[in-house]
Design a protein around this ligand. Sequence first.
Ligand code: HEM
Ligand SMILES: *[C@@H]1O[C@H](CO)[C@@H](O)[C@H](O)[C@H]1NC(C)=O
Ligand SMILES: *[C@@H]1O[C@H](CO)[C@@H](O)[C@H](O)[C@H]1NC(C)=O
Ligand SMILES: *[C@@H]1O[C@H](CO)[C@@H](O)[C@H](O)[C@H]1NC(C)=O
Ligand SMILES: *[C@@H]1O[C@H](CO)[C@@H](O)[C@H](O)[C@H]1NC(C)=O
Ligand SMILES: *[C@@H]1O[C@H](CO)[C@@H](O)[C@H](O)[C@H]1NC(C)=O
Length: 327
Amino acid sequence: MAASSLHLLLLLSATIFLVIPTESKLSLNHYEKSCPRFHEIVCQIITAKQTASPTTAAAVLRVFFHDCMVGGCDGSILITSNAFNKAERDADINLSLPGDAFDLVTRAKIALELECPGVVSCTDILTISTRNLIKMAGGPFYQVLLGRKDGLVSLASRVAGNLAFPNMTVTEVIEHFKLKGFGVREMVALVGAHTIGFSHCSEFSKRIFNFSKKSATDPTINPIYAKGLQKLCMNYSNDPTIAAFNDVMTPGKFDNMYYKNLQRGLGLLATDQAMAEDPRTQPFVDLYAANETAFFDDFARAMEKVSIYKIKTGRQGEVRHRCDQFN
Ligand code: HEM
Ligand SMILES: *[C@@H]1O[C@H](CO)[C@@H](O)[C@H](O)[C@H]1NC(C)=O
Ligand SMILES: *[C@@H]1O[C@H](CO)[C@@H](O)[C@H](O)[C@H]1NC(C)=O
Ligand SMILES: *[C@@H]1O[C@H](CO)[C@@H](O)[C@H](O)[C@H]1NC(C)=O
Ligand SMILES: *[C@@H]1O[C@H](CO)[C@@H](O)[C@H](O)[C@H]1NC(C)=O
Ligand SMILES: *[C@@H]1O[C@H](CO)[C@@H](O)[C@H](O)[C@H]1NC(C)=O
């Protein structure tokens, strides 16, 4: 074949490849034939892990969200660094990603490789685990399409700019989510994930110690809550592992208490509390605080959307043998 026509052919196939919407290759029953016990095995591993370590649900949810926001839901956060590559999970701003999440995925992967080797992607494991753990913690159920491939790139340098920080203004956070295709209502629903889990003192210490010349603590924080946090975090510079519950009232339960807390100045991170004060976000905080069904519905829809964000299919990825290494 002449070089020019080969070139044309390649161009053509690249074009065809690009126009196929990636979601169309996912399905609810992707592993029905190739790994019939997929759901059963994942369920078993998750139940054992969550029962032994109740912090797992929040850990997995956070790691899942970070994975999706940095280059799409493709398991790139699971890759460990080596001498040649500083991976995504080791970015300086990884804000101490929780080990329970990586442990859960490793366990599930080992069990699945024994049952049906080379079939189930790590990113599907992370995505379905997140859904199941939210449900186990009392949250809503939502559909998870399956068939994602694991990504081929994991770089610490790609993390910057893709994650929101608690020191951002509401305008910056809104802009940040907008760039990823999520509106204000979806954003307020998604951050409701902070109804479970922890934050380390360094993430909110500015609100409780030497806040400003006028006030020792952030005036939007409930003073009794601030006192409790000051006590908890007293030694945090010596012991950076000290952490507080994101939802002080029902820390392990996936419910709408997070929003009720915000209405009473019991938000932990500055960005959490700011959502209850800003006129663009407050209406949704009030809605979700008053109506848990509304929160669950919106959270479920938004998570379905996150779960297919920039996913890889076909030759854009692979099914890793080990979740922490490329094949
Ligand atoms: C404004 C946007 C957000 C900011 C600034 C933010 C920031 C943070 C920070 C600083 C922590 C504490 C990390 C640590 O100290 O270990 C945290 C924890 C957490 N975040 Fe977010 N987050 C945001 C949105 C989200 C979203 C959209 C989700 C999921 C859908 C999420 C899920 C979680 C979970 C589950 C935890 C607890 C992790 C654990 O207990 O191990 N966050 N977040
Ligand atoms: C986060 O990054 C630090 C610094 O590179 C690293 O020591 C730590 O292991 C990382 N956390 C996880 C869970 O990989
Ligand atoms: C916000 O926090 C991040 C991470 O801790 C830090 O790198 C950045 O400088 C902070 N930004 C401001 C404006 O304080
Ligand atoms: C707060 O400021 C006081 C002096 O005004 C200082 O002694 C103290 O160490 C500061 N605390 C923190 C946590 O920075
Ligand atoms: C902080 O450290 C001091 C000295 O090591 C200790 O006496 C105190 O009990 C610690 N406080 C908390 C809340 O852990
Ligand atoms: C709560 O929200 C749900 C879902 O949007 C809605 O169907 C229901 O009518 C709302 N309940 C109340 C009491 O407003």
